[in-house]
Write a protein of this length. Structure first.
Length: 378
């Protein structure tokens, strides 16, 4: 067993001991400090949005602990299936401050701290609440991308400690969740494309609660408690210059080149492959919307473009039934028209437009090639 594991076990036992140490809970001293930690975004998929944690430090009790709700276990049976379905259990963990900072030093991600201006009684209450959470089943929760994550859970326990909905969203309430998320994918084109087409109507709703780390960070700066600001000015604990990742393939240019080649090469087998992929994705989007508990995946109007009936079209192309080829192709072109109407005010219109044009061109070409010539009688 390595020293890091021993540290975590010791910390866990120490925190459990705070609940009942000879019948006495640890009493924080007047020098105790409570703060919200905001970690910068990273270049891995799990770190694209940053991270939120709570720090409690008390030199008199030799205490400096960071609590966060962002842990999950890759060894969970059927991990991928559970994540897709939306019933994967995340859980709260506690780390020593030094261990916590070591991780972000290694990842070269900046860390910011906002000390909460709270009476000692509220600091004690927050500490007791966090300790009780770690020692109970309440430490586990079912992750939801918008409604339950490392940031929203921190907001919940802070508001519970304060006894009211003190911390609420202060900025960007006139923006949709989708438009708020978009800038986080600026250097990750295919992640942006993927989330654009797999998310449904929920992310097009106006954002009315805090769900991202830097949303909480900005909201805390404007939050008042007992007629005073809730937190002090943000302090930088770690600072790294952000390195924008560069990729020869993960960018809009490969996307446009790929779709452009489909149109320029003008080969039947390429068109069939394209329609096959679009149809299979349509089945996946429709199925996962019903199967998953992630509300963000439900009611996905992108199936108007990624339509399962494209597979029906492929069948009629295979059996060379020209009449039904035209019917199904025209039907899909109508759906694309409806899709464009739905997409008029959506944040991902431009990123989806090349796919719209490619699909429309291929469907129009198929319709034209299979149309019966009308004889002209003189």
């Amino acid at each position: 067993m390595n020293s890091s594991s021993l540290k975590k076990i010791f910390l866990f036992l120490f925190l459990i001991g705070t609940l009942n140490s000879f019948g006495q809970a640890i009493i924080l001293s007047k020098d105790a400090r409570t703060s919200v930690i905001t970690c910068d975004t990273g270049n891995e998929s799990y770190s694209l949005f940053g991270h939120t944690a709570i720090r409690i430090t008390d030199s008199e009790n030799n205490l400096d602990v960071v609590y966060n709700y962002g842990a999950f276990d890759f060894r969970t049976p059927n991990f991928v299936a559970k994540f897709a379905k939306g019933d994967l259990q995340y859980f709260a963990v506690a780390n020593t401050f030094s261990d916590f900072m070591s991780q972000y030093t290694y990842e070269q991600r900046s860390v910011f701290e906002q000390e909460l201006i709270l009476p000692l009684a509220y600091k004690q209450k927050l500490f007791d609440n966090l300790t009780a959470v770690l020692a109970s089943r309440e430490s586990y929760y079912t992750y939801k991308f918008i409604d339950k994550n490392c940031t929203s859970m921190v907001v919940d326990i802070l508001n519970r400690t304060l006894g009211a909905q003190i911390i609420t969203k202060k900025l960007d309430t006139d923006k949709t969740y989708r438009s708020i998320l978009f800038p986080y994918f600026d250097n990750f084109f295919y992640e942006k494309l993927g989330t654009s087409i797999i998310f449904g109507t929920k992310v097009d709703q106006y954002s009315n609660h805090i769900f991202l780390p830097f949303e909480l960070h900005k909201s805390l700066e404007q939050t008042q408690f007992n007629n005073n600001l809730l937190c002090k000015k943000s302090k930088i604990l770690l600072e790294f210059k952000k390195q924008a990742p560069s990729s020869w393939w993960n960018n809009i240019y490969t996307y446009l080149v790929f779709l452009g080649l489909i149109l320029v090469l003008n080969k039947k087998y390429i068109d069939i492959f394209y329609l096959l992929v679009m149809g299979l994705l349509g089945i996946f989007f429709a199925t996962v919307g019903f199967y998953s508990y992630h509300q963000e995946l439900a009611n996905n109007y992108n199936v108007l473009l990624f339509n399962p009936t494209l597979l029906v079209l492929l069948y009629f192309l295979l059996v060379k039934n020209k009449k039904w080829i035209i019917y199904v192709a025209v039907f899909n072109m109508v759906l694309i028209g409806v899709y464009l109407i739905v997409m008029i005010n959506k944040a991902h219109l431009l990123i989806a437009l090349p796919l719209v044009l490619t699909s429309a061109f291929i469907l129009a070409k198929i319709t034209f090639k299979n149309s019966k010539r009308i004889p002209i009688v003189i």
